[in-house]
Design a protein around this ligand. Structure first.
Ligand code: ADP
Ligand code: MG
Length: 697
């Protein structure tokens, strides 16, 4: 068996392979495109395509595909083989620069939220040379952006790349003001921590709710849940360990830096974290990771659940987006530096993030809004739906001292003068303790904790990059025209702290009293997707995102529409699945059990008419009343579904779903779950929570 360092990245057309296989001139021209966004000419593309094809064939590939991330939330690919007929009746393996650069998949079956109707029917994919091509199975996958012919983005990568460019442009302006003349670019980096559940395939197959919706729609509480806290960081079971081992090696072959793995809080819940990398690549890698997690699980007779809330009553799964910004020279702009000047620069970038998060709370909430994630946010297990920032006591103390012009009573008890004094070192320990904050500073990066486990990380980072670019732009506009840089800088930092300190909260985010306080502070609290999504089109949001050329107004409208459609469709499918399960499995099971209990009472009485049979009679009464209620609640859910046809548009439909359909679903669930606790296990039609959560040995 090869060692990890030998096979790491073996399926990636990475820099090592490029250097080894491309003519020197081609290589340096391609690097210029990757590093500086320089135009790529067709000659270079042809040479790259040729080398890529030879490399891929040597690894056993027969096909290639443009791999992209449409708005469905998963990745898409259409495979073409390399073969072209040769005059002698055989075939040649060919792949041209044109095929590398551009593809034309049929766009009509991907969601476009009206963009296609208004503009063009066709779409095209365009190579993203900043993310390496890789081999999956027998296919060379080329990461691409997906656009309509009118140039409108139909995917998640395009706006992500645009947001990185916006951030780059504004951050460089700030660095120049601080005398940095050498940085060529500034990029954001992300390390996404991915949570998931593993259950056995056998049990999964028996649950229509899991198969159709990814979560359990019914299920009584098991006798044991997560109350003992004995799963978190616990010993990994052999079957799970074997899964993780194969998962790691598959990810490593694809150059994905899978680093840590451990059990999570809920039974059957686990986490995988990679080492952070450039946001665009981190996003591609996270999509691939989710796909491979599911594939490897299947090989082990397991199913990997990526849904945000597969089980009621135990923790759901999230994704922590660890985000920082750094120069091409490796300077982390969110890390306090060694000199007073670096510290002032750090504080300015920190302020830019604080201002961004406060000004665009709604966009961050929107970026993580899905039907699945609505079950987590605010449910005392994940951060609340209210966005706030945790800075830690030390940094908070520094900011307060700056705002009030008072001495900072930290370790050294110094009066802080920006650009003159050195900031105290913040130890990771004091900044990392709070786990309840949606947006926590953790020493040299921010951890955005509201993402759902199945979310693409693209949306959150698009909003984050853009909002911070906007703060930096306003700072650069002010500072470039300032007569005295230092004075202007001091004023700017003070003003930001004063104007935006309401977003800073260092207490317990799971506490109900915080929600009240947050409201008093004027922070937004959008509990559901239906509540927040329409605000994507608020003027301030459209103005900001269009001014940085991250989205066009038409693209924003289409995205709002698609996300609300997703929300509605997801919940309607859940409702239909519930109705089906209640009618065809649950009610009949309860009925069969009731009949048998009644039969047993009759039989007993036939033997001895003096027997009271109070147990049977009582149970039959209870069960019989429950089946009646199941029927009633099923009907109510059906009529609630039917009433959706009266909705005038997608916004009113989503509101009806939030106000009528979801409560009707909960009511049906309550009676069915009660029936489960009274029905003999051998009659119950599917595996229980205990079976599912403790089934993997
Ligand atoms: P934990 O949050 O469990 O304490 P770490 O903070 O060490 O663990 O790392 C969590 C994630 O944050 C990892 O994916 C790691 O690579 C990533 N990370 C670490 N430093 C940075 C950084 N400067 N920018 C972005 N992500 C980072
Ligand atoms: Mg973490």
């Amino acid at each position: 068996m090869e060692s990890v360092s030998e096979y790491f990245g073996s399926m990636v057309f990475d820099d090592r392979v490029m250097k080894a296989t491309l003519p020197e001139k081609v290589y340096s021209s391609l690097r210029k495109t990757i590093d500086e966004g320089a135009q790529l000419d067709i000659g270079v593309a042809n040479a790259v395509a040729d080398a890529m094809k030879d490399w891929a064939i040597s690894k056993g590939a027969t096909h290639f595909t443009h791999w992209f991330q449409p708005l469905t939330g998963i990745t898409a690919e259409k495979h073409d083989s390399f073969i072209t007929p040769a005059p002698d009746g055989g075939v040649l393996m060919e792949f041209s620069g044109k095929e590398l650069i551009k593809g034309e998949p049929d766009a009509s079956s991907f969601p476009s939220g009206g963009l296609r109707a208004t503009f063009e029917a066709r779409g095209y994919t365009a190579w993203d040379p900043t993310s390496y091509a890789f081999i999956k199975g027998k296919t060379l996958c080329i990461p691409t952006a997906f656009c309509s012919y009118g140039g409108h983005a139909l995917d998640k990568k395009t706006p992500l790349l645009r947001s990185m460019e916006a951030l780059n442009k504004q951050a460089l302006r700030i660095l120049r003001l601080f005398g940095n003349t050498t940085a060529k670019c500034v990029r954001s980096s992300v390390g996404p921590e991915q949570e998931y559940f593993l259950i056995t395939k056998e049990m999964y197959e028996k649950r229509p709710d899991l198969r159709f919706t990814g979560r359990t729609l019914f299920g009584a509480k098991p006798p044991k849940g997560q109350e003992m806290d004995d799963h978190y960081f616990g010993v990994i079971k052999p079957r799970v360990a074997a899964y993780m081992e194969e998962l790691n090696s598959e990810l490593w072959k694809l150059g994905i830096l899978a680093k840590t793995e451990h059990n999570e809080v809920a039974p059957a819940q686990h986490e995988l974290a990679p080492i952070y990398t450039t946001t665009n690549i981190a996003c591609d890698h996270n999509q691939l990771t989710m796909e491979i997690m599911q594939k490897v699980a299947a090989k082990h007779g397991l199913v990997c659940l990526l849904h945000e809330k597969p089980f009621a009553g135990v923790n759901g799964s999230g994704k922590h987006n660890n985000w920082s910004i750094a120069t091409d020279a490796g300077q982390n702009l969110l890390s306090p530096g060694e000199t007073p000047y670096e510290n002032a620069q750090f504080l300015l970038f920190l302020c830019a993030v604080i201002k961004a998060v406060d000004d665009y709370q709604d966009l961050l909430r929107i970026a993580v809004a899905t039907a699945g994630n609505d079950h987590r946010l605010g449910a005392n297990e994940a951060p609340p739906a209210v966005v706030s920032i945790f800075l830690g006591d030390e940094l908070n103390g520094v900011l307060e001292a700056i705002e009030n012009g008072t001495p900072y009573h930290g370790a050294e008890k110094t009066q802080m003068t920006l650009g003159v004094d050195v900031l105290p070192r913040f130890s990771r320990d004091t900044t990392d303790r709070n786990r309840t904050s949606p947006f926590a500073f953790t020493g040299n990066k921010f951890e955005f904790r509201m993402l759902g486990s199945s979310n693409s990380i693209a949306c959150a980072n698009i909003m984050l990059n853009s909002a911070v670019a906007e703060s930096l732009k306003s700072y650069a506009d002010r500072l470039e025209g300032a007569a005295d840089f230092k004075t202007a800088l001091n004023e700017l930092i003070k003003k930001t702290i004063k104007d935006h300190k309401r977003i800073i909260f260092n207490g317990n985010g799971y506490d109900d009293s915080w929600i009240k306080e947050a409201e008093a502070r004027g922070l937004q609290n959008f509990r559901t997707t239906a509540d927040c999504m329409p605000h994507l089109l608020d003027k301030k949001n459209v103005d900001m995102l269009t001014s940085h050329k991250v989205y066009s107004e038409a693209e924003l409208k289409s995205r709002c529409e698609i996300m609300l459609e997703n929300y509605c469709k997801t919940i309607v499918i859940e409702a239909n699945t519930m109705i089906d399960m209640a009618k065809t499995q649950i009610a009949p099971a309860v009925e069969a059990y009731t009949a048998d209990v009644a039969k047993s009472a009759t039989a007993k009485k036939a033997l001895d008419s003096n027997l009271a049979c109070t147990y049977e009679t009582g149970l039959v009464r209870k069960l019989s009343s429950l089946t009646d209620r199941i029927a009633l609640k099923t009907e109510a859910l059906e009529s609630s579904l039917l009433s959706l046809h009266n909705a005038e548009d997608i916004i009113s439909e989503s509101a009806m779903i939030r106000d009528k359909l979801l409560p009707a679903m909960s009511e049906l669930r309550v009676v069915c779950d009660e029936a489960e606790t009274l029905t003999a296990k051998s009659y119950w039609p599917f595996p229980t929570y205990a079976d599912l959560l403790f089934g993997v040995k």
